[in-house]
Design a binder for this molecule. Structure first.
Ligand code: FAD
Ligand code: DHB
Length: 393
């Protein structure tokens, strides 16, 4: 059995775990990251695409801003579309803030490269990861690696192991409540080798359902379609996908350019928040503690804001002040509930509800009224702008 000691043992090498380890290293606090997948798998995972201004500031402050500056695309706003009309909402004009389109995959790539240069300890392909003695001041992590049993003793364990991880599940049921909401729709997402047909993201509500045009670079487009959660991706040929996108995104005088689809997948939508993000020596960050539906692009940004708050708490703790760390759970949850209501609002604003025709028609017309209101009221647009570009920490 190999045995190591560190200050912070981090479970999960997604963006939250890698960023926390990097932020701690920046302040001279050692940590070890334990991940159950391979590094190649972690690097290949395609997910979110939009960074709030605060996320860009955090990554830049931690020395991770070079490629965001050279390759990220700063967007002043978004387009909201309904009933065949497209409206621009310019966040920069409204409140002086912007967002940056830069894939989660690129954030992870930057973090993996930085850790690799710095010689950080990250165990990939760890088997049977388990956490122990969480109620004590010397919690432990055990796992298998390259056929050998490993044990890490730490001051703290951080669960950055996503929705399906082991950390949240290690808190006794009597000590945690899970709040959840599911939606009767899912997103079919594609990556395509074609220059984006738009300068800013288009969120569109159409009779057939929601569609979105996002991007990853000047040569790669990312597009989404609302589908039934039970839908089988095998039913969606490339031609069927492009036809649906043409229909749902089309407006007179605009052309959606098609290209080779290089990736397609279906993602379910759910909202979920754990009642606590701290339990004795354990802290939860990112998807381990909460999930949002993707509309509004808050998943990755919430993980980054949790990490920013927790890193500040741990840094203060090792400087002899426990106040910030003591407030972490409550402060992160307070921010998260604001994120939750926004993601739910964006999702319900833009998706067509299945159901019987009459109630469906009522909901739909009411939704069109709401979009009409948002696109014509400066107050409503400021509200959208403030929330989309990011809540303060
Ligand atoms: P994760 O990225 O999930 O990382 C958790 C890490 O822990 C993973 O590397 C995992 O392999 C590892 N792990 C899990 N279990 C264990 C274990 N037992 N032991 C060790 N390691 C473990 N958000 C958006 O804003 N826009 C989007 O378009 C979008 N699309 C998404 C598509 C999908 C399919 C999913 C699942 C999420 C999507 N999200 C999106 C959400 C966003 O990607 C997440 O909020 C973000 O990845 C959270 O980062 P994280 O580090 O907390 O969790
Ligand atoms: C992307 C995803 C989102 O959920 C969103 O609201 C905007 C963009 C994307 O993957 O590019």
């Amino acid at each position: 059995m190999s045995h190591e000691t560190t200050r912070v043992a981090i479970i999960g090498a997604g963006p939250a775990g890698l960023l926390l380890s990097w932020a701690l290293r920046d302040s001279g606090i050692d940590s070890i990251v334990v991940e159950n997948r391979s590094q190649d798998y972690v690097l290949a995972r395609i997910r979110a695409g939009v960074l709030e201004q605060g996320s860009v500031e955090t990554l830049t402050r931690l020395g991770l801003g070079a490629r965001i500056r050279s390759e990220g695309m700063v967007h002043n706003g978004i387009y909201l579309q309904a009933a065949g009309e497209r409206h621009n909402v310019n966040f920069h004009d409204l409140i002086g803030r912007t967002v940056t389109v830069y894939g989660q995959q690129e954030v992870v790539k930057d973090l993996v490269a930085a850790h690799s240069d710095a010689g950080s300890t990250i165990y990939y392909e760890a088997a049977d990861v388990a956490v122990h003695d969480l109620e004590s001041a010397r919690p432990r992590v055990t796992f298998g690696h390259a056929g050998e049993p490993h044990e890490i003793t730490a001051d703290f364990i951080v669960g950055a192991d996503g929705f399906h991880g082991v950390c949240r599940a290690s808190i006794p049921d009597r000590d945690i409540t899970l709040y959840a909401h599911s939606y009767p729709f899912a997103w079919l997402g594609i990556l395509a080798d074609v220059a984006p047909s738009t300068d800013e993201l288009i969120y569109s509500l159409h009779d057939d359902g929601f569609a979105m045009h996002s991007m990853r670079s000047h040569t790669v487009s990312r597009l989404y379609l609302q589908v039934d959660p039970a839908e089988d991706i095998a039913n969606w040929s490339d031609d069927r996908i492009w036809d649906a996108l043409q229909t749902r995104l089309g407006v007179p005088g605009w052309t959606l350019h098609e290209g080779t689809i290089t990736e397609k997948s279906i993602t379910p939508m759910r909202s979920f928040v754990a009642s606590r993000l701290d339990y004795h020596s354990l802290f939860l960050v990112g998807d381990a503690g909460h999930i949002v539906p993707p509309t509004g692009a808050k998943g990755l940004n919430s993980a980054i804001s949790d990490v920013t708050m927790l890193a500040a708490g741990l840094i203060d703790h090792y400087a002899g002040d426990d106040a910030t760390l003591g407030r972490y759970g409550e402060a992160a949850l307070a921010r998260q509930w604001k994120v939750q209501q926004f993601s739910q609002w964006m999702t319900e604003l833009l998706h067509r509800h299945p159901g019987d025709l009459q109630s469906n028609e009522f909901d739909y017309r009411s939704q069109l009224g709401r979009i009409d209101y948002v696109t014509h009221s400066l107050h409503a647009q400021r509200m959208l702008a403030e929330q989309y570009t990011g809540f303060p920490l």
